[in-house]
Design a protein around this ligand. Structure first.
Ligand code: SF4
Length: 325
């Protein structure tokens, strides 16, 4: 049964840059451009795509860390845009983020205790003794010992710092966590440990994740569903199994074919050759945004923008989707 936690309707975030006299030299960057998305409660939805495709902007617009240009974000059917500042502050307890860089995201001048206590105090968690107890609980949840509360971020390894970042995100018992390239800065062995931790915490705390990454190999064992983004749009959405077994959008096929494969019999799968350069997000081509690179482009692709259409449970934005295998 469908249990949608967070969804978007025609969500867009555009930036105007280079304002000249009367806006003469201004240009619009369509970082997120009309995205419809539904994330089910307790699922891990991975948002993948190359750098600059708009996935981080989409994640932050979902949390209202960035205000949208148009469209809507709904949390359990309630439009976040309609909430006033006070109501949004209360809602923030449910919506959290883990950032990519554990070095930059923790204040180097604060002890771990204060890093974890900050969001608790901001939401009036309780007395200082209760806050201290909660901070110890949080460290325990992410596999760190309570005496480490007195230390500073520089006294930890990269993986431990990311555990602290996760503990901070969980301080106020959120329901929805955006993990923005949360393991990208870590070594492969540490990545696996942090992914296992995130999976255990999801089970234990009934969390829903939006997992943003440029690296498809990371999400193969981790995500329930995948959304592929290209230049501000979702071009394919499906279960992880379906997307890896049978990508239907040419861009998804290109991304999948770049993922290293453990099975030597499958290593020779042909990688589609992309032609041309990625179009500028300030000067998008007419029709399908991918047509300047797509080896399967036809005349209609240069004129008509394909909609994200449900094709037997798989949503694909392409006039000529690849055959399901
Ligand atoms: Fe390629 Fe045309 Fe499909 Fe775009 S619509 S991905 S150009 S085949």
């Amino acid at each position: 049964m469908s249990d949608v936690l967070i969804s978007t309707k025609a969500l867009s975030k555009h930036y105007t840059i280079g304002k000249g006299l009367f806006g003469a030299n201004s240009r619009v960057v369509r970082a997120v451009d009309g995205v419809d998305l539904e994330i089910q409660a307790r699922e891990t939805f991975a948002l993948v795509g190359e750098s600059g495709c708009g996935k981080t902007t989409l994640g932050r617009t979902l949390l209202r860390l960035i205000e949208r240009t148009s469209g809507e974000v709904l949390y359990r059917g309630e439009p976040l845009g309609a909430l006033d500042e006070k109501a949004m502050r209360a809602m923030r307890k449910k919506l959290q983020i883990v950032f990519q860089d554990p070095f930059a995201s923790l204040n180097p001048r604060m002890r771990v205790k204060d890093i974890l206590a900050e969001p608790l105090r901001a939401h009036g968690y309780g007395s200082e003794a209760e806050i201290e107890k909660r901070c110890k609980e949080l460290l325990d949840m992410v596999g760190l010992l309570p005496h480490l509360l007195r230390r500073y971020p520089h006294q930890f390894s990269g993986g431990q710092r990311q555990r602290i970042g996760i503990a901070r995100a969980l301080a106020n018992s959120p329901e929805f966590v955006v993990c923005d390239e949360a393991v990208s800065a870590l070594d492969v062995s540490i990545q696996a440990q942090v992914l296992n931790l995130l999976r255990d915490l999801q089970e234990q705390l009934k969390l829903t994740y939006l997992f943003i990454t440029h690296d498809l190999s990371v999400v193969r064992q981790f995500a329930d569903r995948i959304g592929v983004m290209f230049l501000g749009r979702l071009v394919e959405v499906g279960t992880t199994e379906e997307i890896f077994a049978s990508p239907r959008h040419p861009y998804t096929m290109f991304l999948i074919s770049a993922v290293p494969r453990p099975d030597p019999h499958q290593r020779n799968r042909e990688r589609p050759m992309l032609v041309g350069d990625i179009p500028s997000p300030m000067n998008l081509p007419p029709g399908c945004r991918f047509h300047t690179r797509c080896p399967y482009a036809q005349a209609i692709c240069k004129q008509e923008d394909p909609l994200l259409t449900d094709r037997s449970g798989r949503a694909v934005a392409c006039h000529f989707p690849l055959e399901a295998t």
